[in-house]
Unconditional design. Sequence first.
Length: 386
Amino acid sequence: MKTSFKLVATAAAGLEAVVGREIRALGIDCQVENGKVLFQGDLETIIKTNLWLRAADRVKIIVGQFPARTFEELFQGVLALDWENYLPLGAKFPISKAKCVRSKLHNEPSVQAITKKAVVKKLQKHYHRPEGVPLQEIGAEFKIEVSILKDQATLMIDTSGDSLFKRGYRTEKGGAPIKENMAAAILQLSNWFPDKPLIDPTCGSGTFCIEAAMMAMNIAPGFNRQFAFEKWDWVDKKLVQEVRDQAENEAKYDLVLDISGFDIDVRMIEIAKRNAEEVGLADAITFKQMRLQDLRTEKINGVIISNPPYGERLLKSEEVDDLYADMGRVFAPLKTWSKFILTSDEAFEQKYGTPADKKRKLYNGTLKVDLYQYFGQRVKRSEMKQ
């Protein structure tokens, strides 16, 4: 089996640079492109990036790339790749996804079928199995993806399994929750640091608060879940455990934080508490049922992060308008606090009552949203109230 891999971490539009910074923080050189970050490494790199990347969607192995303007070119290109160095005899290898963009080949089901046929033929030849006799697929699963962009085919194997946003701590979620990796990315885009107070006044199931606490305590986002590669025969289970143990040793569980989450819905507060308890952060975060309109604090130099109900999450548009206006009034006295508000409402600034200092376009799934950023006034530590 291979010892060196060409890898790609996929990311939502607008978050590629965040993922790139995370990969470099692991000591890995990388190249940031639209929707992805390219890098190289060994098996330990695959383990570490899956375990530690907070803002990425998945980590995939790039098996190969080649021109594919016809089905014959696609078949021969797939056949020429070294599948035997990835897929042991008996492996399951569904062609789980095909995506064709601005290419002569555009029938995605046909692309999947041709790819499957070519991989089967390659493995039959390598493992000396007769043609016409189906390969038994009874082992671990290796999901193969095909992407054809401008007639250039890229063949990949997914190492993550479930998307990396699935941390494993959600016991339950509310309506239209923000994904964990999106929340982590927004926290990294904000100016919050662990020595500052953090408030989410519309916390829902607690995602922002939990992700912030995990970041501050240096808890690996993937510590509470399994990955597809862990079932592969050629992956050294001892190495996986060593990387996990190292991550556990680097966590700062005794760090004292000032993180609070509030929500008008007491049921959501109970869910948030259970989610925090699942990840071992029940004592690190304060969750409380409270209306946004009742938010008051004497603390300074803090950060407010909010994914307020918008669009499909409220039945009446006037309720949304009232909420945004209330946010503007409630947050106005908090001069030293920075505010980061995520919404799809393009008229948010008018309803909030103040233009944002900065706005960043992002995508929450397929929904285009904007991160409205309001920066607090700087106060010197010598002037800070105790």
